[in-house]
Design a protein around this ligand. Structure first.
Ligand code: SAM
Ligand code: SF4
Length: 336
């Protein structure tokens, strides 16, 4: 039987090494994207349940000491955490300094992109599923497209390049406008990546039969553009399959998390806003770091809890298998 690793590294029993830590800095959000949340929102974490800045930075430091090289701040909507710029500055001061990225819906980024970049943020992914105002309002249940556009421009101007745009296509909402979104991104120099919708919404509305798969997205884009796959060797552990658009140099990515999972090359681990370490988006369990930390655990003791949880990482997410069960926490509370 396999035994837990003795070296202080984030390895699992299948030999994968986690280098990329996703930190949810809040579970709150100002949008209500249909693939993520119900219209009424969710019961948010109470303040005492959330990690303080000191706790969060301490835990990120422990992950870095265990080999994490990139920290991605996410949520919920990370820009809703008031202390975010401070937190970025403190993570940038860790040694060795990790690369710092953020996934955001872009609302408020017009004001915050420059200070975040100055504090040490290296890259940003902005989620934008359509540039049609009506489709945007249908999909996010809020009329905030202009704010997102302003946020994207500010990120570009602040040098957070290449600015990446993440999009999810939903049938009957924005599936007919994926080529418009690509044209819009190409005009502005943003790198677009489509992500297949996953069963991670709080309301459990995901349906394998209506989900738009990578092949369908590619076919829709091909009606307007010449889409040529880049060689597999250019991909590394990156989840997106990338395509040259009209001969390049611009590219578009498609992340086929459901129809062609990349679990075998996964290098991610996650920390929730209330201090739980999760080895996978789809994990049915998590390890609490907050209570032991508040009870006085040492860095070594917390590191042992983290490596123990990593060791238990499952081989794959199992979507589509008969025994697949959607995780209790929705994407917005895990950190996407
Ligand atoms: N609020 C921020 C945002 O929207 O970018 C960060 C958190 S959000 C959970 C992170 C990413 O997860 C976004 O790009 C969003 O589109 C994606 N996402 C949310 N629910 C999803 C789902 N069910 N399937 C696939 N992607 C999803
Ligand atoms: Fe909010 Fe992001 Fe979820 Fe949309 S995907 S509801 S912006 S957390």
């Amino acid at each position: 039987m396999a035994t837990a690793p003795t070296t202080a590294r984030l390895v699992d029993r299948y030999g994968r090494v986690a280098r990329d830590l996703r930190v949810s800095v809040t579970d709150r959000c100002n949008l209500r994207c249909r693939y993520c949340m119900p219209a009424e929102g969710l019961p948010w974490l109470a303040k005492p349940e959330m990690l303080t800045d000191d706790e969060l930075v301490r835990l990120v430091g422990i992950f870095v000491s265990l080999g994490v090289q990139q920290v991605r701040l996410t949520g919920g909507e990370p820009l809703l955490r008031r202390s975010l710029t401070d937190v970025v500055g403190r993570i940038a001061a860790l040694s060795p300094r990790p690369r710092i990225a953020m996934t955001t819906n872009g609302i408020g980024l017009d004001r915050l992109a420059a200070p975040l970049a100055a504090a040490g943020l290296d890259r940003v992914n902005v989620s934008l599923d359509t540039i049609d105002p009506q489709e945007f309002a249908d999909l996010t249940r809020r009329d905030r497209l202009k704010d997102v556009e302003a946020g994207l421009k500010a990120a570009h101007d602040a040098g957070l390049v290449p600015v990446k745009v993440n999009a999810v296509a939903m049938r009957g909402i924005n599936d007919h406008s994926v080529a418009d979104l690509l044209a819009w991104c190409l005009d502005r120099g943003y790198e677009l990546r489509f992500i297949e919708q996953m069963p991670l919404d709080a309301q459990h509305g995901w349906d394998a039969n209506t989900m738009i798969g990578a092949d369908e997205i590619r076919a829709s884009l091909s009606e307007r553009f010449t889409i040529t796959p880049l060689p597999e060797s250019d991909r590394g552990s990156a989840p997106a399959e990338r395509f040259l658009v009209d001969g390049g140099p611009a590219t578009v990515g498609i992340i086929a998390s459901v129809t062609a999972p990349f679990c075998g090359a996964c290098d991610r681990t996650r920390l929730t806003a209330d201090g739980q370490v999760r080895n996978c988006l789809f994990s049915q369990r998590e390890t609490d770091l907050r209570a032991p930390m508040r009870e006085g655990a040492s860095d070594e003791e917390l590191a042992d809890l983290i490596t123990g949880e990593m060791w238990r990482k499952a081989k794959g997410h199992g979507i589509g298998s008969a025994d697949f069960v959607q995780p209790l926490r929705p994407m917005s509370a895990i950190g996407g």
